[in-house]
Design a protein around this ligand. Structure first.
Ligand code: B12
Length: 222
């Protein structure tokens, strides 16, 4: 069995809501020396994306989505700590406040981003899901964050990311914090439209963009 077979088994196990099989194959991957983040992206995330397609085609329904999410979480429970374990230097890079915007309870992608950022040396303050706009800013002020990061998975909740920009401007705080946005429907065009500072398509890219934003903010290399 090669790496591709492991990914396929994880995808199949998510589509059949088999948490135990997801966990088993994730462990198997780790024992073979595969990178945890690869198993997450090519196994867990792919499985969920397949479930999303079936949901859109009305072959699956909300309870199925919940069961698939639980199966994916069983895998992330094993892989997440591996990803957030500090790789390389243990130097502090910056402070990030992150959450899923108001009205939105999707947290799997955000949690992966949190794990990657923590592993890369960021101090991450995770506000969870369904976070009111003002909470992001309150927390950022409290911990003196460098970056406010938000996740949105629904076309209808992406507006929460615009609200963060608008509130920062209204409070005269736009220059104090960098903003980073992400989530499946979020794009570079949306970033430009709302005036956010950074956008990343996935958790690996999130680390690269977050480092760049801290660099810009501090005017130094990190
Ligand atoms: C699992 C799931 C659920 C679960 C969520 C469980 C949980 N704890 O998260 C449950 C069952 C609760 C759910 C509910 C709903 N869902 Co849902 N869900 C999904 C599904 C299948 C997977 C999402 C996921 O976890 N993907 C895997 C992760 C790894 O990917 P990701 O989130 O995109 O994250 C990556 C990147 O986007 C990025 N990223 C994410 N966040 C951030 C943040 C920052 C700062 C950065 C830089 C990067 C970044 O990095 C991540 C890792 O690489 C998607 C399908 C899909 N294709 O996305 C539908 C989907 C998002 N859901 C959808 C819908 C419609 C709903 C409901 C409205 C259904 C309903 N009728 O009630 C509700 C809404 C509930 C609410 N108010 O939030 C639609 C949204 C359509 C749209 N564009 O608006 C989708 C696309 C399904 C579909 N194809 O129709 N859902």
């Amino acid at each position: 069995m090669d790496e591709e077979d492991i990914y396929t088994k994880i995808i199949d196990a998510i589509v059949s809501y088999d948490s135990e099989a997801v966990a088993r194959h994730c462990r198997e991957g780790m024992e073979r020396g595969m990178e945890a983040i690869d198993i997450i992206q090519k196994g867990l995330a792919k499985g969920l994306s397949r479930v999303g397609e079936l949901f859109e085609e009305e072959q699956l329904f909300l309870p199925d989505l919940i069961m698939a999410a639980n199966a994916a979480k069983a895998g992330f429970k094993i892989l997440g700590p591996e990803v957030s374990r500090k790789k390389g230097s243990s130097v502090f890079i910056g402070r990030i406040v992150i959450g899923t915007v108001e009205g939105d309870v999707h947290d799997i992608g955000k949690d992966i981003v949190v794990a990657m950022l923590s592993g890369a040396g960021f101090e991450v303050h995770d506000l969870g899901v369904d976070v009111p706009t003002c909470k992001f800013i309150e927390k950022a002020l409290e911990v003196d964050a460098d970056i406010i990061a938000s996740s949105a998975l629904l076309g209808t909740t992406m507006v929460g990311q615009r609200k963060i920009e608008n509130l920062l401007k209204d409070l005269g705080l736009k220059q104090r914090f960098k903003t980073l946005i992400g989530g499946a429907p979020v794009t570079e065009d949306w970033r430009k439209e709302i005036g956010a500072d950074g956008y990343a398509e996935n958790a690996i890219d999130a680390v690269r963009v977050a480092k760049k934003l801290v660099e810009e903010k501090k005017g130094t290399n990190v």
